[in-house]
Design a protein around this ligand. Structure first.
Ligand code: ADP
Ligand code: ZN
Ligand code: ZN
Length: 666
């Protein structure tokens, strides 16, 4: 009988704690169980990760009790969470808590026994048949199925243009895994934005599917989790955290739209679900399929260098053509009309034509609100948030100025708070303004808008999309929410009001994001019998992101972008670790960040260290923020180095430090 248990606790402390195992539980205790342990003056939940004969400290306390008889965590989950701890700079306990449903974190016993799946409530679902695969699909499937049969780990990058039949490949790969008594995880960027994909899984596999998403209550989440653990559901469709589903015999893992940034968690543990999936596929000896029309630079680079296996779908199903994309140079529009126009004549004519033919259009602008920039013409003052270094955005419906970063609101102003002049101008446009301008121009048309302002109420997503699908509305205005996954055959026109919104963000991924968004949104046009047309308005018509997206040429985009990544030493050539130091006092924040950067430079052999530099948003919610950036080839080594430095770093009172491995943005 072991004397001591090694216990992980979900605190930001890089260590495992030893507790004595009292005699009365020594025959029951097992690795992977949750236990109650005393910690300082509290009783907390811990996770047993190992046993030992010796304790590393003299004063060892007793375990107070075992929470669940059957271990909650399998050996696989322990390995996976340990890998997360080593890779993403968090404690083992924090990694474990990310991997279990929130309903049982607090140490509650099992929550009840009535188990009916969420998906199963979609009552009389129809089990729909599969399609006979096309030649390209067959080839892709064969490679995947081979690895399922051989129980081999391989990551496939399934690069297929929109509507080329990727989802059908996922469905049939899963079907094969199920026939071999194995299970499947299917990750989607966000459940609420991909209702059609989820529908297809439920209609193909019925109640074998568990759907996990953030809007489920903790109790419902737990029930789905239990259904999976008990083997009643063998397919999980879910967002990021579904990668931790408690399957015991995975046959395939799939990540749809692998380039999406929602796969990165922005809180501790800041893991990337793609990398966790890769690790999990290795532990299960099963394939991982990364599907996308616009691979992330990281994934395509790996595919080019043989780390991933590249599989291509180059044709749309039924040989439908990709839509023609027209770029409109808004500088010319400005020159001929002598004023800033929201819509070019080309776009207005196209909308009119679409409406005349009884077809539908999607109008895209990746910025919400009415006026996005408010300034005084007399003294030049720009209205900014009191707590952040950001501009305030005017929202017409709420009649408020709102900060999009912290939610701060204030009344709109007509008098300049600085020079008291009456020359306050409301400039810049968001989706609200686009919607109002369109309804002015096309008074007869039925228009709806989809962005995070119109979708706060439960069910509003479904309502807006439902009305569009049924033809009640003919124009849909929206942000990136409408760029993905929607399949409406009557949409023949996509208008991009400004491609420059994402292009102008100061971030090394802005070109990639622009290319992705344009490609995705363009893919919404011409999915039915009628050819689609896309009109892209921009002040940067010569930019390669826009030119290559207009030609549907990913490889050309990759060639351009990879050059600049190499030159500037950004991923995929290095991994980044971003350290953000923040405090309410600017001077203290900078000083602390400088001291920390000096210490890292002193310790560092391999990684390059840059900064500290002010974060792109240098103040947020009243906190001044400075970034230190590490560039290196080995994430684990960089984390180990930071553990060492931060372990002995004397952080002044009131200063917070966050570490983000492979950050999505600066
Ligand atoms: P993607 O995921 O690449 O956008 P989908 O798998 O959604 O593509 O396929 C696009 C459309 O074509 C869907 O309506 C799907 O049902 C249909 N489809 C897919 N594969 C086939 C096939 N082999 N034969 C006929 N129709 C297919
Ligand atoms: Zn002024
Ligand atoms: Zn703010």
């Amino acid at each position: 009988m072991p004397k001591f248990a090694q216990v992980a606790i979900a605190l930001p402390m890089d260590r495992i704690f030893h507790y004595r195992i009292p005699e009365n539980i020594s025959s029951e205790i097992a690795i992977g169980q949750r236990v109650f342990v005393p910690f300082t003056n509290r009783r907390v939940v811990g996770y047993v990760v190992g046993f030992s004969e010796e304790a590393e400290v003299k004063e060892v306390k007793d375990i107070e009790g075992i929470i669940d008889k059957d271990p909650l965590l399998t050996e696989e989950m322990l390995k996976l969470t340990k890998w997360i701890k080593d890779t993403y700079f968090c404690s083992w306990g924090e990694a474990i808590e990310a991997a279990i449903p929130s309903g049982i974190k607090k140490g509650k016993k099992e929550l009840g026994t009535r188990i009916k799946g969420v998906a199963a409530q979609a009552e009389d679902f129809l089990i729909t048949g599969k399609h006979k695969p096309t030649e390209e699909q067959s080839k892709a499937l064969k490679s995947v199925i081979d690895t399922i049969d051989k129980k081999e780990y391989v990551t496939f990058l399934l690069h297929g243009i929109t509507s080329s039949g990727k989802t059908e490949v996922y469905l049939q790969a899963i079907d094969h895994a199920l026939n071999k008594d194995r299970q499947a995880i299917m990750l989607v960027p966000e459940i609420s934005l991909t209702p059609q994909t989820v529908e297809r899984f439920v209609s193909r596999f019925g109640d074998k599917v568990a759907v996990i998403h953030s809007k489920l209550t903790p109790a419902k989440k737990f029930l789905e989790w239990k259904r999976i653990k008990d083997g009643k559901a063998s397919i999980v469709v879910g967002a990021r955290s579904a990668i931790f589903s408690p399957m015991n015999n995975l046959g395939v893992i799939i990540i749809d739209e692998e380039h999406e940034t929602t796969y990165k968690q922005d809180d501790v543990p800041r893991y990337h679900a793609r990398d966790v999936a890769e690790e999990r596929a290795k532990l299960n000896n099963c394939p991982l399929i990364l599907g996308t029309a616009t691979p992330s630079l990281e994934s395509f680079y790996k595919a080019k260098h043989g780390e991933y296996k590249l599989v291509r779908l180059t044709k749309r199903i039924d040989d439908r053509l990709l839509p023609k994309v027209k770029i409109v140079d808004m500088r010319m529009e400005l020159a001929t009309r002598k004023k800033i126009a929201i819509f070019s004549k080309v776009l207005l004519d196209a909308i009119e034509n679409t409406l005349k033919k009884g077809k539908q259009a999607i109008i895209f602008l990746n910025r919400r609100g009415f006026s996005t920039f408010i300034s005084c013409k007399s003294c030049g003052l720009v209205l900014k948030c009191k707590r952040c270094d950001t501009v305030l955005v005017y929202h017409f419906e709420e009649k408020k100025l709102i900060c999009h970063y912290c939610g701060y609101t204030q009344e709109p102003q007509d008098i300049c708070p600085k020079c008291k002049s009456g020359y306050i101008k409301y400039l810049g446009l968001g989706t609200e303004r686009v919607e109002s301008e369109i309804s002015r121009q096309f008074a007869q048309a039925h228009i709806s808008r989809m962005d995070s302002d119109t979708t706060t109420k439960a069910g509003s997503h479904d309502r807006i999309l439902g009305e569009f699908k049924s033809g009640q509305t003919s124009l849909l205005v929206g942000t990136q929410m409408i760029a993905k996954g929607l399949d409406f055959p009557e949409v023949t026109l996509v208008g991009v009001v400004s491609a420059d919104v994402t292009l102008n963000i100061p971030d090394f991924r802005s070109s990639e994001r622009t290319f992705n968004l344009l490609t995705q949104v363009a893919g919404r046009a011409g999915r039915g019998e009628h050819a689609g047309e896309v009109i892209v308005q921009t002040y940067a018509p010569g930019h390669y992101s826009i030119l290559t997206a207009a030609k549907h040429d990913y490889e050309k985009f990759y060639e351009e972008e990879i050059k600049s990544r190499k030159e500037l030493l950004f991923p995929p050539f290095v991994n980044l670790v971003k350290i953000t130091v923040r405090a309410r006092n600017d001077e203290l924040t900078l000083k602390t960040a400088q001291n920390l950067a000096d210490l890292i430079r002193g310790e560092d052999k391999e990684a390059k260290v840059a900064g500290p530099a002010p974060a792109p948003i240098s103040r947020m919610r009243g906190y001044f923020r400075y970034n230190i950036l590490l560039k290196g080839k080995d994430r684990t080594a960089m984390c180990a180095l930071l553990r060492k430095v931060l372990g002995s770093f004397r952080k002044p009172h009131g200063v917070l430090i966050a570490v983000d491995v492979d950050p999505i943005s600066m």
